[in-house]
Design a protein around this ligand. Structure first.
Ligand SMILES: *[C@@H]1O[C@H](CO)[C@@H](O)[C@H](O)[C@H]1NC(C)=O
Ligand SMILES: [Zn+2]
Length: 154
C-alpha cells in the first residue's frame, strides 16, 4: 500500500506541470504553453511598449500597459486559463478596443491574475475571440520551479 502511494506520488511529480504556468503566490495551475497567444489589437495610445518574452518554452508578446490608477502591468495572452471571475464585465478604459474586461483571480488564493476580455458584441460575423490577459509578474513557469527543486547531479 505504501509502495503504491509513493509510486503514485513520484509519478505525479515527474509528469505534472510540463509547460504549465502557475500562480506565483500559491502554485495553482493557471494555464499552459499550448494556450499561449500573441494578443493583437491593443490600443496603441495606451501601450507603453511591447516585447517578446520566452514563456514556458514559447515566445510570447508582452504588452506593457497602465490603468487609470497609473498601475503598470506586463500583460501576455492565453486562449483560456483556470481563473475565478470577479465582478461584472466593464467597457471603460479597455486596453483592447471592442472588448470588455472582467477581473480574474486565482481560484486557490484569490490573487489578481489578469482579465478576461470578451467581444462587446458577439455577432455571427465577428472575428473577435475572447481571451485572457495575464499579468506576467504574477505567474511562474513550472519548468523553472522544477529546476529550483532538483537535486544537483555530481
Ligand atoms: C508570437 O510572435 C512571434 C513573432 O513575433 C513568434 O515567434 C511566436 O511564435 C508567437 N507566439 C505565439 C504564442 O503565437
Ligand atoms: Zn494562487
Amino acid at each position: 500500500m505504501w509502495i503504491l502511494l509513493i509510486f503514485v506520488y513520484i509519478s505525479s511529480i515527474s509528469t505534472r506541470h510540463v509547460g504549465e504556468l502557475l500562480c506565483r503566490q500559491c502554485g495553482a495551475s493557471i494555464t499552459r504553453q499550448s494556450e499561449l497567444i500573441n494578443i493583437t489589437g491593443v490600443d496603441q495610445s495606451q501601450l507603453q511598449y511591447e516585447y517578446d518574452f520566452p514563456l514556458a518554452g514559447k515566445t510570447t508578446k508582452v504588452n506593457v500597459l497602465t490603468n487609470p490608477e497609473n498601475q503598470k502591468f506586463h500583460v501576455f495572452g492565453a486562449k483560456t486559463a483556470h481563473l475565478h471571475f470577479h465582478g461584472t464585465p466593464q467597457s471603460h478604459a479597455t486596453w483592447y478596443p471592442g472588448y470588455k474586461w472582467t477581473i480574474c483571480l486565482c481560484k486557490s488564493c484569490s490573487r489578481h491574475m489578469g482579465w478576461y476580455f470578451e467581444p462587446e458584441k458577439s455577432t455571427a460575423v465577428s472575428e473577435k475571440k475572447s481571451f485572457v490577459g495575464l499579468v506576467l509578474d504574477n505567474v511562474i513557469s513550472a519548468d523553472y520551479v522544477d529546476t529550483l527543486t532538483k537535486v544537483p547531479d555530481f
